[in-house]
Ligand binder design. Structure first.
Ligand code: PLP
Length: 554
């Protein structure tokens, strides 16, 4: 039995505060007793009888109750026979615990399905697949096979409903509208809409709302329509796609580039295409999910090195590299949860020493770092030595679509073997046109990067005054503020939301246990006053939840 099932065996439901859920039983001497139900377990219920005294010879452990009824609002369910498992006489009343014989209360049973059907708000019982004990990782890590394939979804739904009581959960909130750094969100948890300053967007340079970029995108729709109508290989490649691939290659000083309809697809397609059965990939353990997925799909073997540890990578190379044919080293230019950057000079040195190729995901750094904003490899002076440069146009460039850039022959190979591109519709012409224009605006307006830099410095300085030295790269627009405690971050987030600040709280399993954090994403669109508001709100959140940074490790 897995841990979830074991958890379910214990108490699983508890009566909601103020709910009226009653069990009526007939005792062996013919009296009808009504109990207020407190909780429900795998096969039974427990509740209190508070009206009048029950004598000890009226009900006892082991008694069989021939008939019983459970009632709440307009519902009435016959539970059939019960066995009395537990009786406790107390000055407040009598507590009984009963096991059902003919029906089942549990998650898999008909009665629990009825509780759920009454609608989560009306159900008299709260499910106890509690987010205090379980996390999404429970479902990721443990086997939840069942003869009904969808049973795990039902169980997960119950956990998720519990999670959604925590103000930290704002996933899938809906943007009603957005103007630059201001956004109107309908929060998924409360269904209420309000205006926020958005610190949760990857639109680092504000190019997604740039008038010229929007205009270019609109004209592409007029010229080419909305859909490319096929994959790039078949009929979907427009002149704009050709131009964008050439522009990116030129900017990065590479021979060729291949566009994918997302950064995710570029990693999955690019990595899986290049690794053969006898090859090996060494990747940073904190790599983005799309890198992990590309590796999982690849035929070769994989080894993961400790986050940003070139020493560990070196050890792994020494131990494992000789056992394989080709080798690929994969890391990110700027990590999306940490905002930190690897030692790329050392990575390149190790690649040369061990005859390995390099694949660098610059999704968060392309457009931001380096003298021309070409990324972490440009900043470290090793751009020419990166074999495969992977990036996205959905972050600093405010549009959408991913790419892999490299030599003509390698990109040519990917054109034929990267299935995530080959068998998927091409990037829409409007996105391609937007990217082309934003690359141009990016080159012509270096002040956008300067403004972003100033905003990063302002937030970092403000946080330092609150006692927090951000561990991220000083030029990173992603600034993680590590709070540690999963519960505390919820309470703090409520204060931030109340003050009109929308930022992403991130918890396990997205980050390691006890390293829950707020991930501030800054943009050139933020004003000084936006950042001051965020800092004041954060200070308020700290005061209201009695949080200080002294107890956290950062
Ligand atoms: N790689 C990294 C490091 C990312 O952070 C992301 C997205 O967040 C991706 C790849 C995927 O990019 P896209 O959102 O364009 O699919």
């Amino acid at each position: 039995m897995n841990r979830i099932a074991k958890g379910l065996r214990a108490k699983r439901f508890k009566a909601r505060a103020g709910s009226e859920i009653k069990l009526t039983i007939e005792t062996q001497i013919g009296n009808k007793l009504t109990f207020r139900i407190e909780n429900a377990a795998l096969t039974g219920l427990g509740g209190w009888h508070v009206e009048g005294q029950i004598s000890e010879n009226e009900i006892a452990m082991g008694d069989i109750v021939p008939e019983s009824k459970l009632m709440w609002s307009d519902n009435e369910v016959s539970l059939g026979r019960l066995v009395v498992r537990n009786v406790k006489f107390d000055q407040d009343g009598t507590f009984i615990g009963v096991s059902c014989i003919d029906t089942k209360v549990p998650l898999l049973g008909s009665l629990s399905k009825m509780f759920e059907k009454t609608g989560s708000d009306e159900s008299p019982l709260d499910f106890e697949l509690s987010s205090k004990k379980y996390t999404i990782a429970t479902f990721l890590e443990e086997d939840h096979s069942h003869d009904d394939l969808f049973e795990k979804c039902r169980q997960f739904h119950l956990l998720w409903s519990d999670c959604m009581k925590n103000p930290m959960y704002q996933y899938y909130s809906v943007r009603n509208e957005a103007h630059g750094s201001r956004v109107n969100f309908k929060l998924s948890r409360t269904k209420k809409s309000a205006q926020y300053i958005n610190f949760a967007s990857f639109d680092y340079l504000g190019l997604s709302v740039d008038p010229e970029v929007k205009e270019a995108s609109k004209s592409a729709i007029d010229k080419y329509g909305l859909s490319p109508g096929g994959s790039l290989a078949l009929s979907g490649k427009t002149k704009l796609h050709e131009e964008l691939e050439a522009t990116i290659s030129k900017l990065l000083g590479k021979e060729d580039a291949l566009l994918f309809n997302a950064g995710y697809a570029a990693n999955v397609g690019g990595i899986s295409a290049i690794l053969g059965l006898n090859d090996v990939v060494f990747a940073d353990i904190f790599s983005h999910a799309s890198i992990h997925d590309g590796i999982a799909l690849a035929k070769g073997k994989s080894r993961y090195f400790k986050h940003n540890s070139m020493k560990h990578l070196e050890n792994l190379l020494k131990e494992h590299r000789p056992n394989y044919a080709g080798a690929l080293l994969v890391t990110e230019g700027l990590f999306s949860m940490e905002g930190d950057a690897p030692n790329l000079k050392e990575l390149v040195r190790l690649a040369k020493q061990h005859n390995a190729r390099t694949f660098l995901d610059e999704c968060h750094s392309f457009g931001i770092l380096g003298p021309n904003g070409m990324g972490a490899a440009e900043r470290d002076g090793v751009l020419d030595e990166i074999d495969l440069f992977m990036g996205t146009l959905s972050k600093a460039f405010g549009a959408g679509g991913g790419f892999v850039c490299g030599s003509k022959k390698v990109i040519g190979w990917m054109r034929s073997f990267a299935r995530a591109g080959l068998f998927s519709v091409g990037l829409t012409p409007s996105s391609v046109a937007a990217s082309l224009k934003s690359l141009e605006v990016h080159q012509n307006q270096p002040e956008l990067r300067a403004r972003l830099k100033a905003n990063i410095a302002q937030l970092r300085e403000g946080l330092a005054k609150l006692g927090y030295q951000a561990p991220s790269d000083p030029e990173s627009p992603v600034i993680p503020v590590i709070v540690g405690d999963d519960q505390k971050i919820g309470a703090m987030n409520q204060v931030l939301l109340d003050k009109g600040v929308f930022v992403n709280p991130v918890i396990f399993p997205a980050v390691p246990v006890n390293s829950a954090r707020f991930r501030f994403s800054l943009s050139a669109l933020h004003t000084q006053s936006d950042i001051e508001i965020a800092l004041t709100a954060f200070e308020n959140a700290m005061q209201e939840t009695r949080f200080t940074f002294s107890g956290t490790h950062h």
